[in-house]
Design a protein around this ligand. Structure first.
Ligand SMILES: Cc1cc2nc3c(=O)[nH]c(=O)nc-3n(C[C@H](O)[C@H](O)[C@H](O)COP(=O)(O)O)c2cc1C
Length: 391
């Protein structure tokens, strides 16, 4: 147990070893599952629980907590809810306090019986005596049922996955802002980017609250939260940066020559570019780049009449993540023919992008290919200038 302020404790777990989340997302720095205990003068509440793998850590923290009245469930995903049933076994008098959507999901996912729940609505409060919790529905800060909880007396917002970051450290509070900024942006890119417009509304919704600390359910507690709220405002905004996110793959080096030429041509034209060799890249880094990028360029050879499967994966991912990019193009090499451009174009219906003329070449790039790549760089630079992308 670690004290945050008087009678409010972190009772979560640090998972130093975890390297993959949701069987999908790389975790280079591990993560934490944050649970919080609010010990009011009359009632005691646990806010969220931990991943089932770390149940012993949670139960260790709770050892000595004689009475638990409420388990506040802010998010039904198992890394926060998966140990609630065990907590209820230990504290049979405790009720699960959550919203209607989360209740139904917790019943489905964890088979928690209906009589264990107290359902709260948006803005409803729960008194613990000298501490008061207000529940704020903040949907889609991962799933549709997510909510945040404001502790008025201490001005703490327990935000669930909102503002979260995957970093295992022994710090309770954010101490290395640069590191947390990167991890929080990666988290936003992987988890929240598809719901940008709803998250913008959630930012507005929490703005009237006087927030001294934000306590997310992954990562460290923000004891000066202004900067992360500002970062979120930038990430959810429709304003893209003067940046090209450039995932590519190349089997024998021809596409790679095109990629390197275009990247250099973009740099010469003062357009920033980030390359991601899909054969070796950490897909979270690509997600981060997509948070800002004004343009996406995909580089791929033709394989079995279509894009390389790794390029198809990147296109699928970009389509699902719905980044704010306004332009897209494709470059690559082929041997005899295929439908690479058509196949990729058909995979991105969610992207509201203008497609700039693709550049394909047969075998190794020639002088004509490099001229066409320079033209593409000219077009991207002109579009970025025209639209006034952030430098
Ligand atoms: C497994 C495999 C499948 C391929 N299938 C096609 C194809 O269907 N159509 C085509 O035009 N070229 C095909 N090629 C040829 C490559 O597209 C061509 O060699 C290209 O120049 C490779 O680009 P890279 O050097 O960037 O890997 C294939 C190559 C490989 C290795």
């Amino acid at each position: 147990m670690r004290k945050i302020v008087e009678s409010v404790y972190w009772v979560g777990a640090v998972d130093w070893d975890r390297r993959l989340f949701d069987s999908l997302v790389p975790l280079p720095d591990g993560t934490t599952y944050n649970a919080y205990l609010v010990d009011g003068s009359e009632k005691t509440a646990l806010i969220d629980a931990v991943d089932p793998d770390m149940v012993d850590t949670l139960l260790g923290h709770l050892d000595g907590v004689e009475k638990l009245d409420y388990v506040i469930s802010q998010h039904a995903e198992q890394d926060h809810s998966g140990t609630i049933a065990l907590v209820l076994d230990l504290y049979p008098e405790a009720k699960v306090v959550t919203n209607a959507k989360a209740k139904s999901m917790l019943m489905d996912l964890l088979l928690i019986p209906e009589d264990k729940f107290i359902v709260v609505g948006d803005g409803e409060t729960l008194s613990l005596g000298d501490k008061t919790l207000t529940f704020i529905l903040t949907p889609w800060v991962h799933w549709p049922e997510t909510m945040s909880t404001y502790l008025a007396e201490d001005k703490i917002l327990f935000s669930g996955d909102f503002f979260g970051s995957h970093i295992a450290t022994s710090d309770l509070f954010v101490r290395d802002q640069g590191r947390v900024h990167e991890a929080a942006k990666r988290y936003f890119g992987e988890i929240m980017m598809p719901f940008r417009t709803i998250i913008a509304k959630n930012l507005e919704k929490i703005s009237p609250y006087d927030i001294r600390m934000i306590a997310p359910s992954h990562g460290q507690i923000y004891d000066s939260p202004g900067w992360i709220v500002d970062a979120y405002k930038d990430w959810v905004s429709g304003v893209a940066h003067n940046l090209v996110a450039f995932p590519f793959v190349s089997m024998h080096g021809s596409t790679r020559l095109m990629v390197d030429h275009l990247a250099a041509a973009l740099s010469e034209r003062d357009v920033r570019v980030e390359l991601f060799n899909l054969a070796v890249t950490d897909i979270g880094k690509l997600a981060m780049s997509l948070v800002d990028a004004g343009t996406i360029v995909l580089g791929t050879p033709t394989v079995l009449a279509g894009p390389h499967p790794m390029a198809a994966y990147a296109a699928f991912l970009a389509n699902a993540l719905r980044p704010k990019a306004k332009y897209l193009s494709i470059v690559g090499s082929y041997g005899w023919g295929g439908k690479t451009v058509e196949t990729l174009a058909g995979m991105i219906p969610n992207l509201k992008v203008e497609v700039l003329d693709p550049v394909l070449c047969k075998g190794l790039p020639t002088d004509d290919t490099y001229v066409a790549l320079d033209r593409l760089a000219d077009a991207i630079a002109a579009k970025h200038k025209e639209i006034g992308f952030q430098m």
